[in-house]
Ligand binder design. Structure first.
Ligand code: SF4
Length: 389
């Protein structure tokens, strides 16, 4: 096994067992572990308070007790969070912090509050309409209030210097992961889509300095790799908020003769797209980050007049040279379902082939997806027939 494969294997194990990593970290550091939820919470605040921020992940276990708390027509991530609370899997977390972005997540948070009354949940609701004059001051107030709640919980004040340091550490981590993305776009590395997901997912759950050290070493090995196979169809993966699609699904997509060169998944480029400003007041910078990130990678849960996801997607395809898009949509993800017609219209209008695959928390119709993928790739290889699948 190469150095790169070794490093990826270690990060994959941690990404797949985040609670075990958090328990170990807590034992070794005797400090709090804070569970955070996607997609807008500024984790730098938790780090500056001396605690470990861990983005609570989807659990692969089938939903059992959680069924009594949440309807089947909520997304798999919200139902999995509920089930993890009901089956007492979230004990490592001293508290939970989130910035709300969707009604399904609010439902899961209510279920967590009901099931785990001893573990505090702190919720901030940022204004979703990005263009209003009052939105930045409102968001700034919420960021300040999150800081105060963390200070009270952790029993120490967060200095500007500590917060500025945390911002620099997380920026450095994001920058390294973006370098991996650049290598992948340029075809100078053979990292698979499932491996890329593990790199980002591990950054969501690990001590950030430890993760950065590992990714730095990994980058050196990746840069020494040879070119990828030019016969493979270059694809962009789009969608899938809040949690990563199953690695087996990503493997099927690539095993049909494709290479994924870019994505806008949350457990992917969306999460690491944007740095926080390192100058000026750190709370102002964390406020600005909320707006900057939507400018860079627009989100279907935010409303902003001068940016949209479809324009971003078309531009990304130009940058990466991807020949088609696979849209991965978590079943019952309302923001994505509502936005999909806009994406479809733009992709059809620009004659970009795309395939929509809906994913479920339980079950993966592997053979049917394989057949659809093979047909999709065949369409791309025969441009005269290219159209939305
Ligand atoms: S954005 Fe989608 S995946 Fe995330 S909590 Fe809401 S419905 Fe679920």
């Amino acid at each position: 096994m190469s150095d790169a494969q070794d490093a990826i294997a270690v990060l994959t194990r941690i990404a797949q067992e985040p609670r075990a990593y958090a328990e170990n970290w807590k034992r070794n550091h005797q400090r709090k572990v804070i569970g955070t939820f996607p997609m807008n919470f500024p984790v730098e605040l938790v780090h500056a308070a001396g605690a470990l921020p861990v983005v609570v992940q989807d659990d692969r276990a089938p939903i059992t007790l959680g069924r009594t708390l949440m309807y089947e027509f909520y997304c798999g991530y919200a139902r999995s969070l509920t089930d993890q609370a009901a089956t007492r899997k979230l004990g490592v977390f001293d508290a939970f912090f989130l910035v709300d972005h969707c009604v399904a997540l609010l439902g899961a948070v209510d279920a967590i509050r009901f099931e785990l009354p001893e573990q505090a949940v702190f919720l901030a609701q940022y204004t979703a309409s990005m263009d209003e004059a009052w939105t930045p001051p409102q968001v700034r107030e919420k960021v300040q209030s999150l800081q105060s709640q963390l200070e009270e919980l952790c029993g120490e004040s967060i200095s500007k210097e500590a917060l500025a340091r945390s911002i620099r550490l997380f920026n450095r981590n994001r920058q390294l992961l973006r370098q991996v993305y650049d290598l992948r776009r340029s075809g100078r590395t053979q990292i698979t889509s499932a491996q890329m997901q593990m790199l980002v997912k591990s950054s969501m759950v690990m001590d950030i300095e430890e993760h950065t050290a590992m990714v730095s070493g990994l980058l050196a090995s990746l840069q020494a790799q040879s070119d990828s196979n030019p016969a493979l169809v270059r694809l962009h993966l789009s969608g899938h908020f809040c949690h990563g699609p199953r690695p087996e699904l990503l493997d099927i997509i690539e095993s049909c003769g494709a290479v994924v060169v870019d994505d806008d998944l949350f457990t992917g480029f969306r999460h690491i797209s944007t740095d926080v400003a390192e100058t000026g007041d750190p709370l102002d910078a964390l406020t600005r980050w909320y707006f900057d990130r939507n400018n860079n990678v627009p989100c279907a849960t935010r409303a902003q007049k001068n940016v949209d996801w479809e324009s971003y997607l078309l531009q990304s395809l130009k940058n990466s040279g991807a020949a088609g898009v696979v849209i991965l949509m978590a079943k019952f993800c309302e923001p994505h379902m509502l936005y999909y017609p806009e994406l479809r219209k733009a992709l059809l209008g620009s004659q970009v082939p795309h395939l929509l695959i809906e994913t479920e928390h339980e079950g993966l119709p592997a053979e049917s997806i394989r057949v659809r993928m093979e047909a999709f790739l065949e369409q791309i290889r025969r441009p005269a027939n290219a159209a939305a699948a």
